[in-house]
Design a protein around this ligand. Structure first.
Ligand code: PMP
Length: 441
């Protein structure tokens, strides 16, 4: 009785519940990219647990890995004590890391969520540098706990926390479509990079003792905004030259999502601290930070937590990492992403409500705008959150799960699993095109 489940949950669950409001389905089974509701309807899942399911739902290698742990009677929970599964996970992780971190990195197992890993990363660089300031970007999303929230851009979620959350210094992210400088195009990233450097060197710039710079190589919740690769290289240089650790939050971009194993790989850079969660645990809760050994100045017990060694997550994560590498899934994500971006740009030419199509690999954003409105100096028209919500609802009606994001909740976000077939990609495009055509009327 899906309606009964929905009604009982709505009556007893927090007012802050989110996905449950927009996706009025009661999933009871799932395989690959397909989710089946209690009413028997099936959906193509382009949300993938907010990017967690790199291999889709119930992938055989993940199911098998979890089953082996259960069948063996291994302990599921051991705090951060060593287990064969943790050993295997660490091996698989280091085999997948960029060369510098693979050679000389350390891994810290955090609590289960992305926000736990962000907190750990911020505390790590504060400990190592003896400084406290954090440099972060407009539109950033790093999580819901105090430190991660302070580094995030959105103000709604942190309003009730303003006293508790020490504010990060906010720098302009290179969002060309809604350029913070009113320039757009390549100029956005160039001016952003120049601004960041000048601010860091300005004795009156207000940057107090930076312990680290934290950024997403492709902003996710902020509206799927890929930073130009040259800008990423620039941030790497600017922080290295000033002795500021660079923390890259790959909670959403990691494990092949953007067409390379890590989003930083595309720019040929390595951060000092890599923050990972979501797909790293093969869809089970896990979060880690990986960092250069010279930052490892923590005393034993300096950062602890109960849920840091879930055996099922270690096994699922190791199986996922190995499969992603063995099957060259980052390359597959890159190729599928190119196809989707190309076809979405064709769609954009037919629909004036599509303001911008952007992404990297299988992290794709379609920004919806008011079709009749005047464009600004950069050619951007006002955001259309109402239309975006209508498109999302039409997608759901057509059996397609798509979530929104961005500054104004006006960006359709596609995060399909890396194992999406060509045929599934075609269905996603067909259903999305239909939903846009209907919602636009
Ligand atoms: N960082 C990024 C880039 C994210 O996208 C998210 C979650 N969307 C987080 C951190 C926080 O992760 P969690 O929700 O697991 O705390």
């Amino acid at each position: 009785d899906p309606d009964g489940v929905l009604a009982r949950q709505a009556a007893r669950e927090s007012a802050a519940r989110t996905y449950a409001r927009t996706f009025r389905i009661v999933p009871v089974a799932a395989s690959g990219m397909t989710v089946t509701g209690a009413d028997g309807r099936t959906y193509l899942d382009c949300l993938s647990g907010a990017g967690t399911l790199a291999l889709g739902h119930n992938h055989p290698v993940v199911v098998e890995a979890v089953r082996r742990v259960v069948d063996r009677g291994a302990p599921w929970h051991v705090l951060d004590i060593a287990t064969p599964e943790k050993d295997e996970f660490t091996d698989a992780l280091f085999a997948a890391l960029p060369p510098g971190l693979a050679r000389d990195g350390r891994v810290h197992f955090c609590g289960p969520a992305g926000t736990d890993a962000v907190e750990a990363a911020l505390k790590l660089v504060r400990t190592a540098t003896g400084r406290s300031g954090v440099l972060a970007f407009t539109g950033a999303y790093h999580g819901m706990t105090a430190g991660a929230l302070a580094a995030s851009g959105g103000v709604a979620a942190k309003a009730p926390m303003s006293g508790a959350a020490a504010e990060a210094v906010r720098l302009p992210y290179p969002y060309a479509y809604r350029c913070p400088f009113g320039l757009g195009g390549d100029a956005t990233a160039r001016v952003s990079a120049t601004y960041v450097e000048r601010l860091l060197d300005d004795p009156n710039g207000g940057v107090v003792e930076p312990a680290g710079m934290v950024l997403e190589a492709v902003q996710g919740e902020g509206g799927v905004i890929p930073a130009p690769l040259e800008w990423l290289r620039h941030m790497r240089r600017a922080t290295a030259e000033r002795g500021i650790p660079l923390v890259v939050d790959e909670v959403q971009t990691g494990v092949g999502r953007t067409g390379t194993m890590w989003a930083v790989d595309a720019a040929g850079i390595e951060p000092d601290v890599l923050v990972l969660s979501k797909a790293i645990g093969g869809s089970l809760p896990m979060a880690v930070v990986v960092y250069a050994a010279h930052l490892d100045t923590w005393a034993p017990g300096a950062h602890t937590g109960t849920f840091r060694g879930n055996t099922l997550a270690m096994a699922a994560g190791a199986a996922t990492l190995r499969h992603v590498l063995a099957e060259r899934l980052p390359e597959r994500a890159a190729a599928l992403g190119e196809r989707l971006l190309g076809e979405l740009r064709t769609l954009q030419r037919q629909h004036p409500c599509i303001g911008d199509v952007r992404g990297r690999g299988l992290m794709i954003g379609v920004e919806l705008v008011e079709p009749g409105a005047q464009p600004d100096a950069c050619g951007a028209r006002p955001a259309a959150p109402g239309l975006a919500a209508a498109v999302r609802a039409e997608c759901l009606r057509r059996g397609l799960i798509v979530e929104l994001g961005g500054r104004h909740d006006s960006v359709l976000r596609l995060l399909p699993p890396l194992v999406m077939t060509d045929e599934e990609a075609g269905s996603v495009l067909d259903r999305l095109a239909e939903a846009i055509a209907v919602a636009e009327r």
